[in-house]
Every structure is written in C-alpha cells, then in structure tokens.
Design a protein around this ligand. Structure first.
Ligand code: ADP
Length: 465
C-alpha cells in the first residue's frame, strides 16, 4: 500500500510523486510505501495549519476538550488497526504495541481534561489597575519524531500542542509513518478542524529541515538523536523560536544490597526487553553495590537467556540501528557474559540480549547510548561512589534507584542529575513531567508542564482611572 501525506484534512500526493520503501524488521520483507515529501509539501501543510489554528484557539476550552476526547475515542475504536500498522514497520511484540497505543489514546484524554484548567491569572498591581494574563498558542508547531515509539511520540507532543490551541505539522520518521498518518485521518474523521493536525512524510533533510526553517512555524518539538537535536536547536536559535528537545540517554539503574533484589532484577531485565532497548529512557547502566554485584548480574543473565526473540522482545527497528548495535559489539573492547551477537538463524533484525559485566566505565559501550538490548554493569562501594558513577555521563534523562533505605534513596534522587528518578519501581506515567538534564535535552513533555510549553503568556493591564 502507498500512503500520501495528510494535509488540510485529506490525503495528498507528494509534489514530486515519489514514494519511499519501508521494511518489516521482524521478517525482512518490504512493507508499505510512504510519500517522499519535499519543501512544497511542507509549504502546503504549514499553510493549512496556519489557516486553522486561530479559529481553533478561539473556541471555548470545553469545545476543544470535547474535540480532543473525540480523537481519543476514534483512536480507541481503531486500536487494533493502529497496532497492525505499527507492528508492520517496527516488528514490536503484541504487549508492547498494546501498551503504546493505549498510552497514545491517554495523551489525548489527559490533555483534553487538563486544558479546561489551563488559565491565565489576575495580577495585583494595587488599586486602580486591573491586570491579567492570557495563555495563548504559538500558532503552527512542528512535531518531528523518530522511529522507536512512533505513534506514542507523535501523540505525546501533538496532544498538548493542540490542547493549548496550536495547529500541528507532524514529520514522523520515514521508516515508521503509517500510524501517525492514521492518527491524523482519525482526527479528521472524528471532527477535528481540517488543517489542525497535518502529517508530511519523508526524510529529515527533505521534510524535517524545510519544516523547521519555515517562517510560519513558531515552535519545534523534537524527539530523536543528539546530532539532529543540535541541528534543529541551531535553526531554532537562528529563527528565535523555542524548541523542546527530547534526546538520548545512558541512564543508570542503581541497586543497593538492601534492595528487593527480585524486583530490581526484573527492572534490569525489562530495561533490556522493553522495545528491545530502543527507548531513550532505558536504564542500561546497571550499577550494583559490590557485595551483590555478581549475584544480581547472574540473575539478570539467567532471566535474559530464557527470553525468546519475537515473543518476549522485538527486533531492531531499522537496518541502520541493527548495524550500529553490531558495531558496538565489534568495538566493545570487552567480552559479554551473555549475548553480543545477532540471531543469524532468524530472518528479522534480532539481536541477543547482551550484558557486559564489570566494565571499565571509560569504554564506549559504557558511555554511548547503544539503543539496543544491551546492559553494562559496574560495581560500586558506598553511596558516594554510586552517585559519582550515576552522574558520570553527559546524559541525564532518567535514573532508577533500588534500596531498602528510603532516606538514602531519596538523598540520591536529589543529587542525581536527571529529569525523572524512579525509586523502587515508582511509576512514571503521563501525568509526570519528562525531559532531560544535560545532553538529554530541554523542555518538558507529559504532565501539565507540556501544556505550558505550548502556550505563550501575554499580560493585559487596564488602568481604572
Ligand atoms: P534516529 O537516529 O533515532 O533516527 P534522528 O534524530 O536521525 O534519530 O531522527 C529523528 C527524526 O528527525 C526523524 O523524523 C528524522 O527524519 C528527523 N531528522 C533527521 N535528520 C534531520 C535533519 N537534518 N533535519 C530535520 N529533521 C531531521
């Protein structure tokens, strides 16, 4: 099947009439084709968005809330179709797909709800003045997303952007665009104003950059690599438009000897298996208190070796990522205690869950984000060393701390440089603001913070004299 863009409430052919192939990474077979967008397509989509957001932003909060609830309803009603599209180009396992689609629906429900409490305030300047603030949208927001959680990331940015009264032009990864296109179609079919949610597919150079530099794009929301984030931040700086950058991570998972080791081991295993490690917030540096290091590693390895590819974890989603992970194996400078190879007997892009135990923290495998099912482990002695190792990274997206001593865990939570800290498996759902410290980016997604990101504060002051 061929997918066009979604612009102004309908499917549109790409200006250059060309399409890009996709691949099913679980089978290695060719998949659907998506429009190979270019600057003229971006211009059309931005024009559609520019023509839509003012009317949308002038509607009552109740009205906008209803409209976004209807989008959520349409997504929920078509969850199986969204799952099929997502599976076809990512090869994800069923439980992962269900989780992501449910969460995608929830983004729309959550922001449909809280937008009704998103108000300005009055400001007291003394008698004789009446001063208030208004929270106004930016206008057209560019949402540029990668291939690891395609629908989820599109909804994570688009739902609050729309809720705050903006229009969106989404640019998904050209490898995984189908679910974002279906989201836009469902939104239109559920009654969302034409032009509010547009999708232009294609490569980063042909669509992403023209979108970011477009003079009518007033804000950029980006999820992806540090390299591309830096490129887009430079464009944003040049144009004086704000950007949200959700970039990479090499997040630590700290386990103290007094922790509930069963649960801590399960958390380490799921850091590897959830989306086969292709998650920016994966806690892939396992830091374990020395007396239990070998035991924890042995238990993690034992659990990983029982897992089945295609059942318990999916493939690498892109060929480039598959090659990158294998390159990490080839240049690791260490011998893994399990894994370290691909499944050559399978047709898809599957890589064995891999653990490098007791590594030198200076190794590339211990410092760079692998974005695959790969853990490194390091022993530590005492709280100070645990903290130093946890912060010994240019990234700062998330961290997990496991300890029976809650005061100690919270001391570490205060001092670890990361945007989200889970203590003893604490949940980090849609309500919790998410975003990086250091090179993991800036700006916050999720939570009420994301709604604030997409609104500009205007002050109006009236003299009563
Ligand atoms: P990954 O390495 O995970 O694919 P990227 O940062 O390359 O991450 O891609 C994330 C998103 O950014 C994708 O939609 C991609 O097409 C887009 N992108 C890549 N390069 C550029 C670029 N130079 N300008 C704008 N967007 C880009």
């Amino acid at each position: 099947m061929r997918h066009g863009h979604w612009i102004g409430g309908r499917a549109e052919e790409p200006a250059n009439r060309s399409y890009l192939p996709t691949l099913d990474p679980a089978t290695g077979l060719p998949g659907d084709e998506v429009a190979a967008g270019s600057a003229p397509d971006v211009d059309r989509a931005v024009a559609a968005a520019e023509g839509a957001w003012r009317e949308w932003s002038r509607r009552s909060a109740a009205d906008r809330s209803e409209a976004l609830h209807r989008v959520a309803d349409a997504m929920a009603a078509h969850a199986d179709a969204l799952i099929d599209l997502e599976r076809a180009c990512t090869g994800k396992v069923p439980a992962q797909l269900r989780l992501e689609v449910d969460m995608s629906v929830s983004y729309f429900r959550y922001y449909a709800g809280i937008l009704r409490a998103h108000h300005g305030r009055t400001v007291d300047q003394g008698a004789g003045h009446h001063t208030y603030t208004r929270l106004e949208p930016y206008g057209v927001v560019a949402v540029i997303t990668p291939w690891n959680l395609p629908l989820n990331q599109a909804c994570r940015a688009s739902a609050p952007a729309l809720a705050a009264g903006n229009a969106v032009v989404a640019k998904p990864s050209e490898l995984t665009s189908a679910s974002t296109l279906m989201l836009a179609r469902l939104a239109t079919e559920s009654g969302l104003l034409d032009g509010l949610l547009n999708v232009v597919t294609g490569t980063g150079l042909d669509v992403g950059t023209p979108l970011a530099v477009h003079p009518d794009v007033r804000r950029i929301a980006f999820t992806g690599s540090v390299v591309t984030g830096r490129h887009l931040a430079t464009i944003a700086a040049d144009r004086i438009v704000p950007a949200t950058l959700e970039l990479g991570g090499k997040s630590p998972l700290l386990v103290f000897a007094d922790a509930d080791l069963d649960r801590a081991v399960a958390a380490a295993v799921s850091a590897v298996t959830a989306n086969a490690g292709q998650v920016c917030s994966a806690t892939t540096r396992l830091l374990v208190e020395a007396p239990v290091h070998d035991e924890v590693v042995a238990r993690v390895v034992e659990a990983l070796e029982l897992l089945k590819p295609g059942v318990d974890f999916g493939p690498m989603i892109t060929e480039a990522q598959y090659r990158k992970v294998l390159d990490h194996f080839a240049t690791a400078g260490a011998v893994p205690v399990t894994g370290g190879t691909a499944y050559d007997d399978l047709p898809g892009l599957y890589v064995r869950p891999t653990v490098y135990a007791g590594v030198d923290p200076r190794l590339r495998i211990a410092r760079e984000e692998v974005f695959g099912p790969v853990l490194v482990t390091l022993p530590f002695t005492g709280e100070a060393e645990a903290l130093a190792l946890a912060n010994d990274t240019e990234y700062g997206l998330v961290a997990a701390v496991w300890s029976g001593d809650i005061a100690r865990a919270l001391r570490l939570a205060e001092r670890i440089e990361a945007g989200q800290i889970a203590v003893n498996g604490g949940a980090l759902g849609i309500e919790t603001p998410f975003g990086g410290f250091k090179q993991s980016g800036y700006g916050r997604e999720k939570g009420i913070e994301a709604l604030h990101e997409y609104a500009r504060t205007k002050t109006v002051s009236l003299s009563l004299h």
